[in-house]
Design a protein. Structure first.
Length: 371
């Protein structure tokens, strides 16, 4: 069965996700601002959830249509094949948003869509009441310029929640964004990674997962793995496939340091849960004492942003110190994320390449140095 999917994503990650999907075997991959569309079967549904590193969630695109009135919204929703995905005991809550559209009341749209799905399923199942005690099939709607998209979320918790980070230090970077930085830095299984302000270890952990081709979602559950519409064998086979593709001959070495001892303990625990502790050495150290001993290195860093004035001045001092410590020499690359428009000035040199990305709602740039 061919299924149409949508992946919502952080702005700037569309191409990375599209390339990843093609490598996974997805069909009809198309990038748009803030989302990527593709198609595949039930195996691709499971595979994308288990293996996608940069996506926020995997949604089934049930249908699209234009609607400027509640009647059009009702009839358009009712015409879609909801029974293909939702059983007579399944739960199907509705949520969504409306932007620049005639139908601007989210609460009213939510109510109309719910009513339309119920009416469709009443006719299909021949029942007058749905107790919704079964697995959750979250319906999500987006209405933009009077164009309605209706989707079913297959992921449950966002895909950035890998399961290894039960606690995080201050200002943690999202796992999907950390993985994206590792991709942009071209992290490989023979590299030596560094993060001298590692916090709870996310960048190094995601680097180790990427370098060893360990599927980020192999140890977590998803909303759709409880759906009767997706055979359990599909999930079992896709998890086994992911494990078979893990790299067994990795030479990766990683070093994480931070000034805060408590945060380092979190990082160690996170690395253990992620199954990559054997690749990473953590130690308490100030950035001023950063002095790597290896000839080559791939450094990833998410320094403090300094959103308040006093913190901003401290952040600028750190950027200057980074410029002094991160030497420009053969065999080294530096990939640093920052929202500062003046980062290069404080760092002391122009980046060889820059990439715009969002860290949550904060517009940032990834500054890459490799020459």
């Amino acid at each position: 069965m061919k299924i149409n999917f949508v992946i919502p994503c952080l702005l700037g990650l569309e191409k990375l996700i599209a390339d990843e999907l093609r490598a996974l075997g997805a069909e009809d991959v198309v990038s748009e601002n803030g989302r990527v569309l593709f198609s595949g079967d039930e195996h691709m549904l499971a595979r994308a959830n288990i293996c996608c590193r940069y996506a926020e969630r995997i949604q089934i695109l049930v249908g699209t249509f234009a609607a400027k009135s509640f009647e059009e919204l009702f009839q358009g929703t009712k015409a879609l094949p909801w029974e293909q995905w939702i059983g007579k005991t399944d739960a199907f809550p509705v949520k969504g948003y409306s932007l620049n559209s005639t139908l601007f009341s989210v609460r009213d749209c939510q109510s109309i869509i719910k009513k339309a799905v119920v009416e469709r399923m009443k006719q299909t199942y021949g029942v007058s009441w749905f107790d919704e005690t079964g697995p959750i099939h979250q319906i999500q709607f987006s209405i933009m310029k009077d164009q309605v998209s209706l989707l079913l979320d297959t992921s449950g918790y966002g895909l950035h929640k890998r399961g290894y980070r039960l606690e995080a230090g201050g200002a943690p970077i999202k796992e999907t964004l950390a993985a994206s930085m590792c991709c942009l830095a071209h992290v490989r299984e023979y590299h030596t990674l560094y993060d001298p302000m590692c916090g709870s270890g996310t960048l190094l952990i995601e680097g180790a997962l990427l370098a060893n081709n360990i599927a980020p979602g192999k140890n977590r559950s998803f909303a759709a793995d409880r759906w009767e519409q997706i055979p359990q064998d599909v999930w079992l086979q896709e998890r086994e496939r992911a494990i078979d593709l893990e790299r067994k001959d990795s030479r990766l070495t990683a070093y994480g340091s931070d000034i805060d001892a408590a945060t380092l303990e979190l990082a160690k625990a996170n690395a253990e849960r992620a199954g990559v502790a054997q690749y990473i050495t953590f130690e308490q150290r100030d950035l001023r004492d950063f002095a790597p001993q290896t000839e080559k290195g791939t450094l990833l860093c998410n320094p403090p942003y300094g959103e308040r004035l006093m913190d901003l001045r401290e952040a600028e001092k750190i950027y200057r110190l980074m410029g002094e410590k991160f030497l420009q020499k053969h065999g080294w690359s530096y990939t640093i994320i920052s929202p500062s428009e003046d980062f290069e000035i404080f760092f002391g040199r122009k980046a060889d390449k820059r990439r715009k990305l969002y860290n949550g709602m904060i517009r940032c740039q990834v500054f890459m140095y490799y020459k």
